[in-house]
Design a protein around this ligand. Structure first.
Ligand code: SAH
Length: 236
């Protein structure tokens, strides 16, 4: 874990660039993200008001969440290291009129440039694609203002999550392209919480996310066995 080595996996970034043209297709490769978006937006607004807040969306991809937070009145900077998703995000914002800013920069580099500047840091469905999640978690913590929030979502690692998030989603139902997720990269809530605490964050909330692919519907509850959200705060 050196400071100069980029904490990114080129094969992972390529995967997202190859799919980027379909990012905003509600029936395309990112359909689950579209279906999840209203639910997670609601959850975020349950943690903090968005209007007038400065937000950085780490691993923003094509900007589904970035645009939604901006529409709620936040000033959003979306960052990612995959080129094509960012191009798609910029084009989409032009079309939709969303005033999101996008930048190709790592969370670590942005944390060095603009430490402690954001009321809210979101890092959703991204940590499970990164070689060293602890380093990304630490960068997210550094980006938050004292008293600010850092909100993560990712996928738990256990036989059930293997069955649902990989076998079910990629092979049986084909909701996601095969190879989207790698089991070994999934992160247990205890591991994410440990990383967050090591980065000086307080863990405030852990919520499970559930999906009924037939109904195309997500909902939240206490079962964090597969997908989950974790809300953390940088102490004031
Ligand atoms: N957060 C968005 C997109 C999730 S897809 C959402 O939930 O809607 C995962 C994103 O993480 C992709 O856009 C991918 O390019 C990005 N990503 C993967 N590794 C990354 C890294 N090391 N640094 C920054 N972004 C990364």
């Amino acid at each position: 874990m050196t400071e100069t080595k980029l904490n990114a996996d080129p094969a992972e970034l390529k995967k997202f660039s190859d799919l980027a043209h379909r990012w905003w297709d509600p029936k395309g490769a990112f359909r689950p993200l579209h279906q999840l978006n209203p639910v997670r937006l609601e959850w975020i607004e349950g943690q903090t008001a968005l209007a007038g807040r400065s937000v950085v969306d780490v691993g923003c991809g094509g900007g589904i969440l970035s645009e939604a937070m901006s529409a709620r009145g936040a000033q959003v900077l979306g960052i990612d290291l995959a080129g094509k998703p960012l191009q798609v995000a910029r084009l989409h914002a032009l079309e939709s009129g969303a005033s999101v800013t996008y930048e190709a920069i790592s969370a670590e580099d942005l944390a060095r440039e603009r430490p402690g500047q954001f009321d809210l840091v979101t890092c959703m469905e991204m940590l499970e694609h990164v070689p060293d999640p602890a380093q990304t978690i630490a960068a997210c913590a550094q980006l938050a203002k004292p008293g600010g929030l850092v909100l993560f979502s990712t996928i738990n690692r256990n036989p059930r999550s293997f069955l649902f998030a990989i076998v079910g989603a990629e092979y049986v139902l084909r909701l996601l392209p095969r190879g989207t997720h790698e089991y070994a990269r999934f992160i247990r809530p205890s591991e994410l919480a440990r990383g967050a605490r090591a980065a000086g964050l307080e863990v405030e909330k852990v919520t499970g996310m559930h999906y009924n692919p037939l109904a195309g519907r997500f909902w939240l509850n206490a079962d964090t066995g597969i997908n989950y959200l974790m809300g953390c705060r940088r102490p004031a």
